[in-house]
Design a protein. Sequence first.
Length: 282
Amino acid sequence: MSCSNVKFGLAYRGTAVPAVFHGGDHRATMTLTDRREGNSTESGPAVSGNSLALTRSSDKLCGLIAVIGRNRFGPRMETPSIYNVPNALTTVRFGLAIAVVVLIPLGEFGAALATFLIAVSTDWMDGYWARKYGQVTKLGRIFDPFVDKIIICGTFIALVEVDASPIASWMATIVVARELLVTSLRGIIEGGGGDFSASWLGKWKMVVQCAAIVAVLLMYVLTPVPGWLPGTTTVLVWAAIGITVYSGVDYTLIAARVMQASPVSPTSSPADSPVPSPAPKD
């Protein structure tokens, strides 16, 4: 029995590209159909996406082999590699975050400030690159927000130990508790197939927290301290704590509505997606 006569039509962005599926001694040829021009290399309707349409078959067994090959190999061919520029930038940012946490207790505030600014400035670069070049991966979607939390939470905790620091221990506790709460809620909802995307409030929270950290570090770098800096630092620190608490409450209310509208099953899991969404900035 031969599968050499089995061909498929695959519509992909209007471009015809030949492809070959091998299965033991059997051979099946796949071709792409240009839906926009109306040209087809084989008879039969074209199917959009990654779906394969069996247009000519020598028998049902060959068709079954082709379907198995599509499900087994099709989506994986489009999954971007985890070894890409966005994940490399996130890894570098993780190292810089650890450096900031180490430099602050050592009293190297100038180096800590410069390292912190470099770390947070690369945050938007990896997301932009991943979206532009289609390199969004599941690893990046998890690793990127994790590193963001290390930068913010770790720096707040490190600043608590500094003499005359405007960051109190209870402030750092609120920041860490909020991140743990939102991460737990997202894990429960998205683990059950729900949607718990980040809101604009989460993005502004990150901006205000970074501004507060920069202001605090400037107080230990600039000598003498400018007259406007202490008051500005106090305002930014309290604003950071306020928006942290507010965004935590907002996310909790959103999660409650989502879970009430669609009860989450602990045994359910979200459908696999070849191209994950960009990492949430919560």
